[in-house]
Design a protein around this ligand. Structure first.
Ligand code: ADP
Length: 451
């Protein structure tokens, strides 16, 4: 079984969110399952590797698609003020270059595994422009949706740049309310569609979560499934993590508190091993529920706790969060940046981890938290609903500040019972959300699709 995984971000080369974690860890497990897997991504400025090739794990080839003008930039997709205006040029170039690369390398995969709108043109090109080229005959495309809300929509005026005939610009093709929609192309032209949790695969067939593509998805529901993301248990491991002030295991999870004290010192919070520390790491976007958190922040900060946030994203949320930091300097530490090291310290040091998401395709933050014995407080949606229950976290259902507050209070009450809390931490750490099972599901699916 030969697979090419295409992604616009891949750990350890470039990362803005969970997609990079998935693209960086799934191939390692596919390889263990004897898949000849290779990876392709753009060569951004942040990619430290020299040349156009590197290795992931021991022997997984990674191909970098180069284009100085398109990819040698400070950010991947845009700035906090908005997307780069030439994203259509950038990612249509990438998609064609990936297909050309296969021929150049004489690597004919059984399946090209595409991820999100940045790679959605690959299935489209495969079934149109490249359809008559014998080299590409028989190559199948699987498209994975990591987030329905980012579809890659562009003005119709840009259509000629795609190199596709106008016969594909209609309701059964890339047309979407008069615009170009790249994800829609991916959904229609791929051989199979997956998304990153079973619950989200059902949610996206409804108007509330389908972001106006629920009709397209419902039509293809026989070729749509949800496979839960895993995390790399070697990368996220409190027993070996070099970034931690003190390493710890499920057996000795009481050692976790040394990390809290170290982080309190580092961030200028009052040093107190007993005060419950609430952490949050994530993109500051409407999806993530920081608005209901901000709505209740006065109530939250009136309680005996500390709150640490790490995130970047939309300018409006930067401001809201910075205001909270200015209002409660003693109880909060607001860090508006992207910082892998600080992220690990927060996962390890916090007692609870907040993910009040409005929607969440899978979510990795809650899985990483469990691994570090940090109890997630989550809204029951998407992958959060598939992974967190009252056994390993605190769950609320209604998207409201009150519901979030009530869940936090339940968490704080539980925290006061030290023995029960330690038992919950241990339990959380014993859950297994590594890639094992999910990688097997991908292999099964790839085999089915390849026939
Ligand atoms: P999404 O992909 O929607 O952003 P996920 O929960 O699936 O959300 O994945 C987010 C990933 O990005 C996690 O690995 C998280 O730790 C990381 N992350 C998000 N924001 C930051 C940040 N500001 N600094 C460091 N890591 C971050």
């Amino acid at each position: 079984m030969k697979v090419l995984l295409c992604s616009s971000e891949v750990v350890p080369f470039a990362k803005t969110g969970g997609l990079a974690d998935v693209a960086g860890s799934l191939p390692l497990c596919l390889k263990k399952l004897k898949v000849d897997v290779r990876v392709a991504m753009p060569k951004y400025s942040c990619v430290k590797a020299a040349g156009t090739k590197a290795k992931m794990g021991k022997d997984i080839p990674v191909y970098f698609i180069e284009n100085e003008g398109y990819f040698a930039r400070p950010n991947l997709y845009g700035t906090p003020l908005g997307d780069y205006p030439d994203n259509l040029d950038r990612f249509s170039f990438f998609s064609k270059a990936v297909l050309e690369l296969l021929k150049k390398e004489n690597f004919k995969p059984d399946v090209i595994h595409c991820n999100d709108w940045q790679t959605a043109l690959i299935p489209v090109y495969l079934k149109t422009i490249y359809n008559d080229d014998p080299f590409y005959q028989g190559i199948k495309a699987v498209f994975t949706i990591h987030n329905m809300a980012y579809q890659g929509t562009f003005s119709k005026d840009e259509y000629p740049k795609l190199g596709l005939g106008w016969e594909y610009f209609n309701i059964d093709g890339l047309e979407f309310y008069g615009m170009i929609n790249l994800m829609k192309g991916g959904l229609i032209f791929s051989d199979f569609i997956t998304t990153v949790s079973p619950t989200y695969s059902k949610e996206i067939q409804t108007p509330e979560f389908g972001c106006k593509l629920e009709g397209v998805l419902s039509k293809r529901k026989d070729c749509l499934s949800g496979i839960l993301n895993g995390i790399d248990y070697d990368e996220w491991n409190p027993e070996t993590d070099k970034e931690l002030a003190r390493k710890y295991s499920a057996r000795l999870s009481s050692d976790k508190v040394y990390n809290k004290v170290a982080l309190q010192k580092e961030l200028g919070l009052k040093v107190s091993p007993d005060v419950p520390l609430l952490g949050a790491v994530g993109r500051l976007a409407g999806q993530k529920g920081f608005d209901i958190l901000a709505e209740k922040i006065d109530k939250i900060c009136s309680m005996d706790l500390q709150f640490v946030l790490l995130g970047t994203g939309e300018e409006a949320y930067h401001k809201i969060m910075q205001q909270i930091g200015a209002k409660y300097p003693e109880k909060t530490s607001i860090n508006i940046k992207f910082d892998n090291t600080l992220a690990k310290k927060i996962y390890a040091s916090s007692d609870m981890f907040l993910m009040p998401s409005r929607y969440e395709p899978c979510g990795l933050g809650q899985l990483i938290s469990l691994r570090y014995g940090t109890i997630p407080v989550v809204r029951k949606t998407g992958g959060l609903a598939d992974t967190i229950t009252e056994d390993n976290g605190f769950v609320f259902e209604k998207y409201s500040g009150d519901a979030l507050l009530a869940a936090i209070k339940r968490g704080l009450d539980a925290y006061r019972n030290r023995n029960a809390w330690q038992a919950m931490v241990k339990r959380a750490m014993e859950y297994d959300f590594s890639w094992g099972n999910s990688a097997k599901e991908y292999v099964k699916l790839f085999k089915k699709v390849a026939g």
